[in-house]
Design a protein around this ligand. Structure first.
Ligand code: GLN
Length: 191
């Protein structure tokens, strides 16, 4: 499995994947992307990540592989990258797409309004996960093909469409790997 390693909390995702029992490597180049069976798009800053993806020649290969069914999991900024549409994009900000949803960036407030909350996620057994929300987006609306997996305070914070999964929050920061295991199961069911 790969973690898109242009910017963001790459190391934490690599560690969470490794703890979930899969081999994980950083992806920075098209050849590395071509070699993975599943990809995590980490948290960080979505505009920067989008611009770096274009600069590194990864934006088109990412769009092609995700459209072809590559299992992909985006957290926070990664969720924004997987949205078909951003409500309030910054100039030059593009997305990979993959999930028919519209996201609102920084929807839960600024950095100092970051918070943690227990979130019940459909498909994750054993009680709620600790959701870490850092300048997190929420999902403003989802299309017919996308399934809502979790809500917090009346807003959609986890979505799945086919092989694509996205959360507003950061399970990679908690030591609880159940959401990563849900994703690795998705990868196994395809590979
Ligand atoms: N607000 C950030 C963005 O727009 C995302 C923050 C995060 O990934 N923790 O990309």
């Amino acid at each position: 499995m790969g973690v898109l390693a242009l910017q963001g909390d790459v190391r934490e995702h690599l560690a969470a994947l490794t703890a979930s029992g899969v081999t994980a490597a950083a992806v920075r180049r098209p050849e590395e992307l071509a070699a993975v069976d599943g990809l995590v798009v980490p948290g960080g800053e979505s505009t920067t990540m989008s611009k770096l993806a274009v600069l590194f020649g990864l934006m088109e290969p990412l769009r092609e592989r995700v459209a072809a069914g590559l299992p992909v999991y985006g957290t926070c900024a990664g969720m924004i990258l997987l949205a078909e549409k951003i409500l309030d994009p910054r100039s030059g900000q593009e997305t990979v797409g993959g999930i028919d949803m519209i996201v609102r960036r920084n929807a839960f407030g600024r950095q100092n309004e970051s918070f943690e909350a227990a979130v019940e996620v459909a498909g994750v057994d054993g009680g709620p996960v600790e959701g870490v929300f850092i300048r997190a987006p929420w999902v403003e609306s989802v299309g017919a093909g996308a399934e809502v997996l979790a809500e917090h305070a009346g807003h959609v914070v986890a979505v799945r469409q086919g092989n694509a999964l996205a959360t507003s929050f950061h399970p990679e920061l908690t030591g609880d790997h159940r959401v990563h295991r849900l994703f690795t199961e998705m990868v196994r069911s395809v590979a």
